[in-house]
Structures are given as structure tokens and as C-alpha cells.
Design a protein around this ligand. Structure first.
Ligand code: MGD
Ligand code: MGD
Ligand code: MO
Length: 777
């Protein structure tokens, strides 16, 4: 089936975010699903009590009636999943693995839902049908053949429900390994690592209601217009009631500037719009830690001035005294950081920093939100701890309208971690599992995504199982990630739609088609609900609404139970019995994970329940028992003019620093279309946004196709071809391209300190004349 493609065009978008543009796009996605009437009913059930949780992002459900409950991109996610066409044995008989490999990611997923288990034996060119039992037996045989359980890796993508995730980690650990890499390793890992050390919990401390009470909201390194559209309403309401909304983003994202509420009839009919920010700052890539340090330095300076004349300064000294550790050392560190450095590294002027600091000083309730613009950098952990330091200075954690808000990605990525999808679990968690199941749990840390790729390349991991996701495309250093998968003896993917990971196979490969969030999940005990946790730690139930496209699809818990039963045989866990009624799985969760006591009962409350956040209650589960000021020297972000990569072949200078980001028409590696409405691009994803002066300086011209080559000290050539240059409103020295097309450029060894998150937002590149054959330009 051919994918619809618009003509390549670039024209800056002048309209507000959401509004009519979004409605048009929803209608389009809906009609394109090839079962519009069925899906209309489904769309009305998104995020409603008794309906299903939106498979889009992890933004929380609005507690108040009348608030937006689904958005353009949620509707796209639903219609994409609830496709009326299927990929079956005839499809695979007609398309060999090699032929499919020549198609792009957009085409692959566009073919529809996977409908039956398929097996690739490495000898024939084609995937062939296999029964579920044979598939389970094959996995069991491969797993049980391994020299050690650590030769298998169990990857998870963040759509998996709590029930599926809990069973999956229990299976991996019963089998004997903590090798549980997950998408979070490439996403918000740094947030968890940073916050755990600073405030004793890896999660955000705010709830949805806090957004109604905040006096200031900082939105750093995030593009909610495309990725969390339901956040636009609380932001625009905050501006409307006089709160300050400060944006920090090198790009002028339309979805952070103006908003038209699609569910507000008056605004729609009058074509009205509202502002989304009160001030917009455009820092250097990776410059945010310097920005925050600058604001902290102003606060400390003003504190000193106030104290001299016997007045109360901006710091909350009582909070610091009562709750914090390490303040004096932090104060000395900030005082020792000089302004020249702060200004140079931040990419902002001293005036801009003072303006932001002034807003921060005046606000008595500040929320700081962040996403991938912060986490996918080398110094991400230090930056998030600096954000936390700032909030501690004014006691902005654990009070109404204030706190830390890492805005999560996948709809249940936070829940998956709560359920134990973690390559480095706490001893408490393992102890609780051991107590409940009388199985001894592996104690050694497992592999994260980067280490998993290294281990597969080295031949130390031989079986790869993916619970959702698209490991081949989401990971960095594509050529090596693909070699890693190919080096396995067996790769298994539990998936809803066809993607590249199914085609970059191990010696043998399985595709196991599963139900999605929208599908009715019928088990022996009746239609099942699953549960998820959003960014605000609200846990609630989700009920599928649509009849599955094929009776051969199975639920994720049922597939995991099938694999576990076949692999482990006799086990203290009654795998198959558990999936007859998921309430039994929730009973086990209740026994093991704090906060889930009486899980099934708590779910009966409409809207679900709130998992308490210790830091939000000013209880600090850190080693010091206090909220810790972290002490990081401000790292030089290597501004492009001095960016120099020293490799074996000597020193090379980068032309630009590249960030990889999402277009408006994609969900991670799922490409819904080739347009990026708010950035004005249609018909092409192989584009490189750069500043006009840089394009000229480097001897190129607007719309010229180029190759992009990244620099890294290992001297390996990483190149992508045929990217069309677009003169764009972007700070000089910076460039941007879409993920996953640009992933071949991200070196595997370039990851965040302490988080192992690939530095997808900071890649040193050079531009070279295009070498692409005509076809991919
Ligand atoms: N429709 C849709 N929704 C999604 C997703 C999707 O792909 N499509 N993905 C989901 C997932 S898994 C995630 S993690 C989230 C991702 O949500 P985002 O974090 O919003 O995603 P990105 O597109 O990576 O955007 C990063 C933003 O950070 C800015 N940025 C980059 N580097 C820097 C920097 O150094 N400093 C600052 N201040 N800003 C910077 C970029 O200009 C861009 O606006 O969205 C989730 N929701
Ligand atoms: N360069 C660069 N790389 C990045 C990023 C970046 O910004 N830049 N972002 C990173 C981030 S934040 C993330 S979270 C990762 C995402 O990494 P992943 O989570 O691995 O990737 P996705 O694209 O979300 O996975 C899409 C696939 O999931 C399957 N799927 C969809 N729904 C379901 C379901 O309900 N169940 C199951 N079992 N399968 C399902 C479909 O087959 C689909 O093809 O990518 C990371 N990679
Ligand atoms: Mo993510």
C-alpha cells in the first residue's frame, strides 16, 4: 500500500498551535485509518472513565470537566493503531525480508496491524506463519540453551501496561537476569538518576492541579505543541490568569507561542488565539545548566544585598535549614563561577539572565518542566540537579503550585519503571520479589540500551526480546545497532505494527502480534482492564474498546506468560492462570510494590489514584535524609567555534552542532506522514535546519542537498546522505534534523554522564557535498 506524500515545501507556519490546523489533521488521520466509523466511537472514549488511556504521551488526565482529554496527536496515535487493514501471511509471502528492507519506516508501519505470529528461519527469504505454541517453544529452547541467563536481553518500550511490565520483569528475573534495557534509557533516565540523588525519588513532584496554582512555569527543552499538546491548555490558562510562563528553547517552536483551543467553540469560530508564554529565551544547545547557574547567581547576589541592609532576601532560608544539605558549598561554588563563563556557555545575554532571574525571584510558586532538550545531553544529570538546586534555594518543592516536572514521553514509561523495568533495581525491590515468590533474584546490575548494544556486538548477548518499540531505529549509531541485532541467534519482537526491527534480524527471528491499548482484551475471566501511570503519578485503568482485527493477536500479558511457561516450566508463579484475570496480577503487584496496597479496590475510584511522592511531601529518601544541593562545576559546552574532536587522525573542527528531534507527524520511530506543520515543512523528512549565515559560511546554499558527517574520537565514519538544507530561524552554530533519520550520526559512546542516555541533542557535525543517489534525495 503506497503512502500518501505531499510535495516538498517549506513555508513558515503563521497560525496558532492546535485549533483549526489540528482539527483538519485529526479528520485526515481518522479517514485514513480505513475504519473511520468504528474509530469515531473509540476516539470519544480516550481518557474517559471506563474508556482507554491515550496511547500517545504521558501527560496527565485533566481532573476538571471541560478540559481537553484528547488532542490531535492522541487522535493520530489511536487511528494509527486502530487500522482497518492487517499484515498477514499473504503479505509476507508477497514481500521478502530483503524487499521489505528497501522500504522506508513510514511505509512499513503504514501497511497495517500485524495479525498472526511469523517466523523467519534465516534460510528462506520470507517470514512464514508459526503457531503460538511453536513460537513459545522456540524461544524457550533458545533461552535454555544459553550459557548464562545474562546472554539474553529483555527490552521494553514505554507503552507496555503495568500488568505486562510486571510480568515481564518477573519473568526476566525468574529466568535469572536484570538485563532489562528500556526506552527510558534513551529518554528520561537522567531525570531519574539526578532526582533520586538530590531529592530521593526519581519522579516529578507536581500534580495536574499544581499548574492551576503556579505563579511561574518554566518550560525548558520541550516542544509540547507536537509532543504533549494537552499541556497547551494549562499553559495558555496560566498566561491568561497572569502567571509567568518562561520558555527556554533554541528554536522558536510554534507550539510554545500561540494557541487556539480546539474545544473552545468561541475561540474556534472567531479564529481567536491565546499566548502560550510571557517570555522566550533561546539558549545554546546544552547551555541550560549555565542558564540555571546564572539565575542562582543572581538570587545569591540579591540575598547578599538584602542581608546587608537587614532585609529578607529571595532565599527560603528556613526551608534550606530545615530540609537541605550542602547549601554552603553550593553557595561557594556559584560565587566562584564567573559571569563571563555563564554568559558564554548559556548563549543568553546577562540582561536576559537577569530578566529570567527576576521572574523567578518574584514567584512564590514555580514549576520547572523539562524534556529531551535537557536529558539527551552529556551533562544532563548535572543540569537536572542544577534545576533542583535552584528550586531548593526558594523552597519550591512540596508546596502547592511548585515543584519539579520531568514531562515523560511514552504513555506508561513511568509506570514501567515503577513495575521494575530497570536494569539496576534497588535491593528493596528485589527483596520484596524474593519474599513474595520465593525465587532468588539476580543481584548484579543488568545492561541498559548502550551496554546491550555493546554486549550484542561482542557476542555476549545472543537472544534479544523486545516488548514493543523499535530497537533498530530508536537506538544511536544505527549501523552498529543493526550489526548488534544481526549478531544475535534469535530476535523476538512483540509488536502491533511492522517496523525495521523485524527486518534487521538475528539468525532467526519472530514477530509476535499483540493487542494495543484500543483493542478489547478478552480472557477467560472476561474483558480485561490494564493500568498505567502518568507523569503526575496518577494510576488508572484502561479498557480497550475495539474488536481486535484478528483472533490470532494476543495480549502482551498472555504472550509473556506463554513465553515464561514454556521457558521456566515448573515455577512458583502460575503464569497462565494469572492472565485469565488481570486482577490476579494486580494482587501480586499489591504485595510487592509500595503504594499499590489494595490496588484493585483503589482502581474503582473514577480517575484512579495518586501514588504518593515522598519529595512532594518533603520527605527526603536520600542517603543524607535531606534534600541535597549537588555541587557540579559548570562544564564547558564546547561552543562550535572551538569544538574540536581529537581522533587518531588528528584534530578536526566541527561545522555545527546538531540536535535530533521529532516532527509533528511522528510518534518516535512511527512516521505518520512527511509533514512538520508547525515548522512549515511538508513532503520531506530528510532536511537539515541551519542558519542562513552558517549555510553561506560553509559554502552551501538554501535547499541544496548535503551529506552530514559526525565527528567522534574513534574516527569511524558516520554519514547520512541527501539531506536538504533549509534556511531556518535557528541560533548560529546549531543545526537540527529529524530522528530517526539522523540516528546513524550519534556515536554509541557519546552518552550522558551517569545516565548512559545517548546525546541525541548534541552531535558535532560537518557538512559535505551530497553523495546520495537521486532516489533518496
Ligand atoms: N506526537 C508525539 N508525541 C510524543 C512523541 C512523539 O514522537 N510524537 N514522543 C514521546 C516521547 S517518547 C517523548 S520522550 C516526548 C518528547 O518530547 P520533547 O522533549 O518535546 O521532544 P523533542 O522533539 O525531542 O524536542 C526537544 C525540544 O527541545 C529543544 N532542545 C533541544 N536541545 C536543547 C537544549 O540544549 N536546550 C533547550 N533549552 N532546548 C533544547 C528542541 O528545540 C525541541 O523543541 O514526547 C512524547 N510525545
Ligand atoms: N536520535 C534520537 N534518538 C532517539 C530519540 C531522540 O530524540 N533522538 N528519542 C529517544 C526516546 S525519548 C525514546 S522514548 C525512544 C523510543 O524508542 P521505542 O519505544 O523503542 O520506539 P517507538 O518508536 O516508540 O516504537 C514503535 C513501535 O512500537 C510498537 N508498538 C506500538 N504500540 C505498541 C503496543 O501497544 N504494544 C507493543 N508491544 N508494541 C507496540 C510498534 O510496532 C511500533 O513500530 O527513542 C529514543 N531515540
Ligand atoms: Mo521518550
Amino acid at each position: 500500500m503506497r503512502t500518501p506524500v505531499d510535495r516538498f515545501r517549506f513555508r513558515p507556519y503563521k497560525r496558532p498551535a492546535a485549533g483549526w490546523g489540528a482539527l483538519r489533521s485529526v479528520a485526515h488521520a481518522w479517514l485514513d485509518s480505513r475504519q473511520p466509523f468504528k474509530n469515531l466511537r473509540a476516539m470519544l472514549q480516550i481518557n474517559q472513565n471506563g474508556g482507554f488511556d491515550c496511547p500517545g504521551c504521558a501527560w496527565g488526565e485533566a481532573p476538571k470537566e471541560g478540559r481537553i482529554r484528547f488532542c490531535e496527536n492522541g487522535a493520530k496515535a489511536v487511528n494509527w493503531e486502530a487500522s482497518g487493514v492487517g499484515v498477514d501471511r499473504a503479505f509476507f509471502a508477497n514481500n521478502s525480508v530483503r524487499e521489505l528492507s528497501a522500504q522506508d519506516d513510514y511505509w512499513l508501519e503504514y501497511q497495517g496491524r500485524l495479525t498472526e505470529p511469523m517466523y523467519y528461519d534465516g534460510e528462506d527469504e520470507h517470514y512464514k506463519p508459526i503457531t503460538w505454541d511453536d513460537a513459545f517453544a522456540l524461544i524457550a529452547a533458545e533461552l535454555n540453551k544459553l550459557g548464562s541467563p545474562d546472554e539474553a536481553a529483555f527490552y521494553t518500550s514505554g507503552r507496555a501496561s503495568n500488568e505486562a511490565a510486571f510480568l515481564y520483569q518477573l519473568f526476566a528475573r525468574s529466568f535469572g537476569t536484570n538485563n532489562l534495557p528500556d526506552c527510558s534509557n534513551m529518554c528520561h533516565e537522567a531525570s531519574g538518576v539526578a532526582l533520586k540523588a538530590s531529592v530521593g525519588t526519581g519522579k516529578g513532584t507536581v500534580t495536574y492541579e499544581d499548574f492551576d496554582r503556579a505563579e511561574a512555569i518554566f518550560v525548558i527543552g520541550q516542544n509540547p505543541g507536537s509532543n504533549h499538546p494537552r499541556m497547551l491548555e494549562p499553559l495558555s490558562e496560566a498566561v491568561a490568569r497572569g502567571a509567568q510562563v518562561l520558555v527556554f528553547n533554541p528554536l522558536r517552536e510554534r507550539g510554545l507561542e500561540r494557541f487556539q483551543a480546539p474545544q473552545n467553540a468561541l475561540q474556534m469560530l472567531t479564529d481567536g488565539e491565546r499566548p502560550l508564554n510571557t517570555d522566550y529565551f533561546r539558549p545554546a544547545l546544552g547551555g541550560d545548566m549555565a542558564v540555571i547557574r546564572g539565575i542562582a547567581k543572581f538570587l545569591l547576589q540579591w540575598q547578599g544585598e538584602a542581608e546587608q541592609i537587614g532585609e529578607k532576601g529571595p532565599l527560603d532560608l528556613e526551608f534550606i535549614r530545615e530540609h537541605c544539605a550542602g547549601f554552603e558549598q553550593y553557595r561557594a561554588l556559584v560565587e566562584a563561577t564567573n559571569w563571563d563563563e555563564i554568559v558564554a556557555y548559556s548563549g543568553l545575554t546577562l540582561d536576559e539572565l537577569a530578566r529570567a532571574a527576576e521572574v523567578y525571584r518574584r514567584s512564590n510558586a514555580t514549576i520547572i518542566c523539562w524534556a529531551m532538550g535537557i536529558t539527551q545531553h552529556r551533562h544532563s544529570v548535572a543540569t537536572i540537579q542544577e534545576i533542583t538546586n535552584l528550586q531548593l534555594l526558594r523552597g519550591q518543592i512540596g508546596r502547592p503550585g511548585a515543584g519539579l516536572c520531568p514531562v515523560r514521553g511514552h504513555s506508561n514509561v513511568q509506570g514501567d519503571r515503577t513495575m521494575g523495568i530497570d536494569d539496576n533495581p534497588s535491593a528493596d525491590f528485589l527483596d520484596a520479589l524474593e519474599r513474595r515468590f520465593a525465587i532468588s533474584m539476580p543481584r548484579e546490575a543488568g545492561v541498559n540500551v548502550v551496554k546491550a548494544i555493546e554486549a550484542m556486538l561482542a557476542g555476549n548477548i545472543k537472544v534479544f526480546i523486545g516488548l514493543g518499540g523499535n530497537f533498530a531505529q530508536a537506538t544511536p549509531d544505527t549501523a552498529r545497532a543493526h550489526s548488534a541485532l544481526r549478531n544475535c541467534s534469535l530476535t523476538v519482537h512483540i509488536s502491533t505494527k511492522l517496523n525495521r526491527s523485524h527486518l534487521v534480524t538475528g539468525k532467526r527471528a519472530l514477530i509476535l502480534p499483540c493487542l494495543g491499548r484500543t483493542d478489547i482484551d478478552m480472557q477467560a475471566g472476561g474483558a480485561q482492564a490494564v493500568t498505567v501511570e502518568d507523569s503526575f503519578s496518577m494510576v488508572h485503568a484502561s479498557f480497550g474498546q475495539l474488536k481486535p482485527l484478528s483472533p490470532e493477536m494476543r495480549s502482551e500479558p498472555a504472550i509473556i506468560a506463554g513465553i515464561a511457561q514454556a521457558t521456566l516450566g515448573e515455577s512458583p508463579v502460575p503464569w497462565l492462570n494469572l492472565v485469565q484475570d488481570y486482577r490476579q496480577i494486580r494482587e501480586l503487584i499489591a504485595d510487592v510494590i509500595p503504594g499499590f496496597e489494595n490496588f484493585n479496590r483503589k482502581l474503582e475510584v473514577p480517575g484512579g489514584f495518586y501514588l504518593q511522592n515522598s519529595a512532594g511531601q518533603r520527605q527526603w529518601r536520600t542517603a543524607s535524609g535531606r534534600a541535597n544541593f549537588a555541587h557540579h562545576t559548570l562544564p564547558a559546552p564546547l561552543p562550535p567555534e572551538v569544538l574540536e574532536i581529537i581522533g587518531k587522525s588528528g584534530a578536526r573542527h566541527a561545522d555545527l552542532v546538531l540536535q535530533t528531534l521529532r516532527s509533528h507527524d511522528q510518534y518516535n520511530t512511527t512516521v505518520y506522514g512527511l509533514n512538520d506543520r508547525y515548522r512549515g515543512v511538508s513532503g520531506n523528512r530528510r532536511v537539515l535546519f541551519a542558519h542562513r549565515d552558517d549555510i553561506r559560511r560553509l559554502g552551501f546554499s538554501d535547499r541544496q542537498p548535503v551529506d552530514i558527517v559526525s565527528l567522534w574520537s574513534d574516527d569511524v565514519e558516520r554519514r547520512v546522505q541527501g539531506f536538504t538544507l533549509i534556511e531556518f530561524d535557528i541560533p548560529k552554530g546549531q543545526a537540527a534534523a529529524y530522528y530517526p533519520e539522523a540516528n546513524p550520526l550519534v556515536p554509541l559512546e557519546s552518552y550522558g554522564i551517569g545516565s548512559y542516555t545517548p546525546t541525541s541533542k548534541y552531535i558535532a557535525i560537518r557538512l559535505e557535498p551530497n553523495t546520495a543517489p537521486e532516489r533518496i534525495v
